[in-house]
Design a protein around this ligand. Structure first.
Ligand SMILES: Nc1ncnc2c1ncn2[C@@H]1O[C@H](COP(=O)(O)OP(=O)(O)OP(=O)(O)O)[C@@H](O)[C@H]1O
Length: 279
């Protein structure tokens, strides 16, 4: 991020406690527009809790999450309920476990994601039922958007297949397509590579680079698969026991002694670091 560009998202001194457990501990992070920011850390480090605080699923105990929205100005995400974070702030997420409607077709899954826009077009009345012109236009636009994303994500030939009948890797891609139908400024992906084979992971890399580089969507990426994180991230933030222990480029993160210790444990990390620095 250049010194003159304001970040898209500024997380300041975020803290989330569950009783005596400090899941996020005084965490600050800037997220740049049009870039991919990886969030990594060992199991239980607080990554998903961090997403839950950004997207209105949890109300943080302390701290602020400010979004610099290009049309609406500064928005305080920690004060918004989750549906407004998605539809007003355009910060959209996927989940660790797949949450498609398995019996609905792929296209129907993408239409459901746009129900807010359709409800508004119906004036929350019977306009939809009577097929009034405004509602029909909104429905056609929603359909165009869904089809457009299915084409760009190479899923169009599966539009009329029940989502639950498709292979796992494809379902993960449909989840991303569904999130894209909400026009995200910031797309938060929670382990999108989980369960993917190496070919699917490589395809995911290409897709993420395309979304950030060509579509201009900022991405926050929680991922354990280092072949994905290190390949696609512009910037990486590392959490351990709820604390940010490092941030920087993938090259910087791979060499950071604190990160190596968090992943390998103190003794193994010392061994590896000594081996690397030995003449
Ligand atoms: N609703 C909750 N109530 C109590 N404790 C919670 C809750 N949600 C998360 N935690 C705890 O907060 C800590 C961080 O959990 P979190 O799921 O955010 O970690 P994570 O980094 O996403 O882990 P993983 O990589 O295994 O998904 C853990 O100790 C977890 O048990």
């Amino acid at each position: 991020m250049s010194a003159t560009t304001a970040p898209l998202l500024s997380v300041e001194r975020l803290t989330m406690r569950f009783g005596g457990l400090l899941a996020i501990d005084d965490m600050s992070l800037d997220v740049a527009a049009r870039q991919i920011t990886g969030v990594i850390g060992p199991n239980g480090a607080g990554k998903t809790t961090f997403f839950n605080c950004l997207t209105g699923f949890y109300k943080p105990t302390e701290g602020s999450v400010r979004l610099n929205h290009p049309k609406r100005g500064l928005m305080r995400l920690e004060a918004l309920p989750s549906h407004q974070v998605a539809h007003k702030a355009q910060v959209v997420r996927t989940f660790q476990n797949i949450r498609l409607f398995p019996k609905m077709t792929v296209l129907e899954n993408l239409m459901v994601a746009q129900h807010n826009a359709l409800q508004r077009a119906s004036g929350f009345s019977l306009a939809g039922l009577f097929g009034l012109a405004g509602y029909r236009r909104a429905e056609a636009a929603a359909m165009d958007k869904a089809i457009g994303w299915l084409q760009r994500l190479d899923l169009i030939d599966k539009a009329n297949t029940a989502a639950g009948d498709l292979p796992y890797g494809m379902q993960r891609r449909i989840e991303i397509a569904r999130a894209l139908c909400v026009d995200p400024l910031l797309l938060c992906l929670d382990e999108p590579a989980a369960g993917l084979n190496p070919r699917e992971s490589a395809e995911l890399n290409e897709l993420l680079k395309h979304l950030a580089g060509d579509e201009g969507i900022a991405i926050l990426l929680i991922e354990h698969d280092m072949s994905v994180v290190m390949n696609v991230s512009d910037h990486i933030c590392v959490l351990n026991y709820g604390r940010k222990i490092a941030e920087g480029t993938p090259t910087h993160i791979q060499q950071d002694p604190n990160v190596i210790k968090a992943y390998l444990g103190e003794d193994d990390a010392d061994e590896q670091l000594h081996a690397e620095t030995a003449p």
